[in-house]
Design a protein around this ligand. Structure first.
Ligand code: SAH
Ligand code: SF4
Length: 458
């Protein structure tokens, strides 16, 4: 049951069929992005906005008439990269003083005077909820005001090397209501705000009409979707509505929080045609005391039980998770709990991070007492474990048949993913970009599969 009537889809023209609002104006934009998929989606939105008013994309900042940096501060290493990039751009800005230099993403705080002091050559700071601020440096954008939410987080790249408009990210909920003790995201992205149900369904319809075959719904807590909307629609209901869109082949969502991973969502995944059998469920640690100090609000058993239920409903489901090693006070025994949990669960993908204190968060007040070398050792230990697990999981895929959605070319080969999100490469002389191709796995490695295409691509 939908909470709200969906706007008739026929009223929306595919993006290809819709000319940009202004003809090309000869100006070029350069966007630099680091961080999570949400940042990539936000950058795609900025690109779409600029294209609507006549700008074209360039991959060379020297050529640009406007430069936008989309920043990440989730760990110190990311923040350092952004600062480095900003400092590098000071020279370009001296050569081209009229070229607006814009900073967005999670480095942008409410105290923009401080940022301005640190980076005086930046013309505009805007946080990711304030896209309309871009008008200050690109006045033509004011004509998009009423349509900003309906403008897809997507643009047709101008036949970039190997890239395609085959897959797209669609944010469905912004912000985060949790306060995990290590995490800066809630301070920079604010409270959870779900996008209206109909806007999302319409955006996906437009993307599909423009040729997109796989959509990934995004949120820091994507499975909390809808609790703040009238009628409180759920993620399961949204998946069901999107699944009905003709032409969509694959539907994914990330990142989920274990606390909100109800049976309804897993049942929807199991039952829907497009929903991929792939679960992204960050656990962060395998020890209950560490989880408690991380303020994660669940236990190791909760997470393991959710994975077990996922596998019960979808025996072939692949699992991805996130882990932080070296959290303040993490003992060797507590770390080994994480090791043990990963060994038992056998995830397909683990995103590992060494703990990095973030100013303003709760855990930053605690001593960062695990030395870097020890964090590194724990990181290496889990990486080695994961390599063994992935080697084993993938070796069992030898000779198996999978359907691959071809996303591009890399090193002279076609490259794509299975529904389970495993990377597959294969040789084929045909033009296969955006096609679904059946393949037989001919060689395996821990990180990707090699394959031979069979049958007719569609
Ligand atoms: N909303 C997601 C994660 C968002 S942050 C969740 O609930 O899991 C993305 C990842 O960065 C996290 O999963 C975590 O593994 C890592 N991360 C976040 N803060 C970190 C910190 N202070 N130090 C190291 N890694 C961190
Ligand atoms: Fe950060 Fe926790 Fe929110 Fe994820 S759920 S974004 S880790 S505060």
């Amino acid at each position: 049951m939908l909470a709200k009537p969906v706007i008739p889809l026929t009223s929306i023209a595919p993006r290809d069929a819709m000319p940009a609002r202004l003809p090309p104006n000869g100006k070029r934009f350069f966007i630099w992005t680091i961080g999570c998929q949400m940042n990539e989606a936000d950058s795609a939105k900025v690109a779409a906005m600029l294209q609507e008013v006549g700008y074209t994309k360039t991959d060379d900042e020297q050529d640009a008439d406007i430069v936008v940096l989309n920043s990440c501060v989730v760990r110190q290493a990311a923040e350092d990269k952004v600062a480095g990039k900003l400092n590098n751009l000071a020279r370009l800005k001296r050569q081209k003083p009229d070229m607006p230099l814009v900073l967005t993403g999670c480095m942008v705080t409410k105290q923009q005077e401080k940022l301005k002091e640190r980076f005086p050559h930046v013309d505009l700071f805007f946080d990711p909820s304030e896209f309309d601020k871009l008008q200050r440096v690109v006045p033509e954008l004011s004509m998009l005001d009423d349509d900003l939410d309906s403008l897809p987080h997507y643009y047709q790249p101008e036949a970039e090397a190997g890239q395609s408009g085959v897959t797209a990210y669609v944010p469905i909920i912004y912000g985060c209501n949790f306060l995990c003790s290590y995490c800066i995201v809630p301070y920079r992205r604010g409270k959870e705000t779900s996008r209206p149900f109909a806007n999302i369904v319409n955006e996906v319809s437009r993307l599909v009409a423009a040729g997109v075959r796989e959509v990934t719904l995004l949120g820091q807590t994507v499975n909390a979707y809808g609790h703040d909307l009238p009628g409180t629609p759920s993620l399961a209901e949204l998946l069901t509505a999107i699944d009905a869109i003709d032409g969509l082949e694959r539907l994914r969502f990330l990142t989920s929080h274990p606390k909100y991973m109800g049976d309804d969502i897993i049942d929807a995944m199991a039952g829907l045609r497009t929903a991929c059998e792939h679960m992204n469920l960050p656990v962060q640690a395998g020890d209950n005391e560490v989880l408690r100090r991380m303020r994660r609000t669940y236990t190791r058993d909760t997470w393991m039980e959710r994975i077990a239920y996922t596998r019960q409903r979808m025996p072939d489901a692949t699992i991805a998770t996130d882990i932080i090693v070296g959290f303040p006070g993490e003992t060797e025994a507590q770390f080994m709990q994480t090791y043990d949990m990963l060994e038992r669960t056998r995830c397909d993908k683990v995103h590992l991070a060494m703990y990095s204190p973030r100013p303003g968060t709760l855990s930053a007040r605690w001593e960062d007492d695990i030395p870097h070398e020890e964090k590194f050792r724990r990181h290496q230990a889990l990486e080695a474990l994961q390599e063994r697990i992935c080697t084993d999981i993938n070796s069992k895929r030898l000779g198996q048949r999978y359907e691959v959605l071809v996303e591009g070319r890399s090193k002279g080969r076609w490259t794509g993913r299975t529904r389970g999100n495993t990377l597959v490469h294969f040789d084929d002389d045909r033009e296969l970009l955006g096609k679904l191709v059946e393949v037989d796995i001919s060689r395996t490695s821990p990180w990707f599969l090699m394959a031979t295409p069979v049958g007719t691509p569609r």
